[in-house]
Design a protein around this ligand. Structure first.
Ligand code: GLN
Length: 306
């Protein structure tokens, strides 16, 4: 398996170096654009990783499915659906995207993720308690204690005007539980958690194993939650490239602005890829390329009969 993954990595590099680093968060613009790491986690918890597998980067939007999972586990489906819908937005990740009932269109774009962050914990939870629960929950998905990159947090907090605008919009619709500043701060801390590709693969495999971490054995969230989260990842996880992704790769997935991509195929495999150059949708160019290869070679497309 490592030889095969090395070969996939080489092919992804040979495919070209197009794409741009995210620059609207100043700290992210300092990333080494040539890094490429790929990890796979199987259902028995075996992890294979190649490339810059030790390198840690901020999780960014890859945190969104896990925060959604925690909100569902804490509040139940009906209450979460009252606040955030599950429809693909067709808009960029940072758009004001709300439906006729005033709900953010889905939890995988910023406006829905800020709203979701505030729903983690019980109804009485303070904003700080929600954030602490999110970071502990992300750690349980990864099977180790994760830390926040304070420099990236400070950098994004300073340039969070757009997310603040989204939070005020949701608050005006009566759908945001916390004050906008507190919700955006908590969400920004959530995005600043440091992970490597092994963490991503284990986190993805936990979702793909009905909520049971295959390495630690912990039941992190109930099985029904994973079905809901994977469904929303399948339709909304790759922003407005979700349809292209589903037809080409066919794996529920999520991308993030630091260059991570994770894929979770129920009952089979968790995938984590890191490569910072992004395409016009905000998805990692080589991350997408690697997943296309893995899906094709291993017959991972959900819509393809075995
Ligand atoms: N923290 C980033 C933001 O809110 C996450 C966006 C992303 O990864 N696409 O803008």
């Amino acid at each position: 398996m490592p030889d095969y993954l090395d070969e996939v990595r080489e092919t992804c590099i040979a495919g070209g170096d197009e794409g741009e680093l995210a620059s609207y968060i100043p700290e992210l613009a300092a990333a080494d654009p040539d890094r490429l790491a790929i990890a796979l986690c199987t259902i028995d918890g075996t992890v294979y990783a190649v490339g810059d597998a030790e390198h840690r980067f901020t999780i960014q939007s890859l945190s969104k499915p896990f925060a959604y999972a925690l909100a569902l586990a804490d509040r139940g489906l009906d209450e979460v659906l009252e606040h955030v819908s599950v429809e693909p937005s067709g808009d960029a990740f940072n758009e004001i995207s709300i439906d006729r009932e005033g709900r953010p269109r889905n939890p995988m774009i910023n406006i829905g993720a800020i709203t979701t962050h505030a729903l983690v914990g019980d109804a009485e939870a303070t904003a700080e308690e929600s954030t602490a629960r999110v970071i502990a929950g992300l750690s349980a998905f990864a099977g180790r204690e994760l830390e926040v990159d304070e420099a990236v947090y400070a950098s994004e907090r300073e340039s969070a005007d757009r997310n603040m605008a989204l939070a005020y919009m949701v608050r005006a619709q009566g759908k945001l539980q916390d004050a906008p500043r507190a919700a955006v701060d908590g969400y920004t801390r959530q995005c600043s958690v440091l992970v490597d590709v092994r963490d991503l693969a284990v986190m993805a495999m936990t979702l793909a194993s009905s909520g049971r971490n295959p390495v630690t054995g912990e039941q992190v969230v109930p099985a029904w939650v994973c079905r809901q989260v994977l469904s929303v990842m399948a339709t909304c996880g790759m922003y407005d490239a979700a349809g292209d992704w589903m037809s080409n790769v066919g794996i529920p997935a999520k991308s993030g602005v630091s260059g991570g991509v994770l894929g979770a195929l129920p009952g089979q495999v968790g995938i984590g890829v890191f490569s910072p150059r992004l395409d016009g949708f905000g998805n990692s160019v080589r991350g997408v390329r690697a997943c296309e290869r893995l899906s094709r070679d291993m017959g991972l497309h959900l819509m393809q009969a075995p």
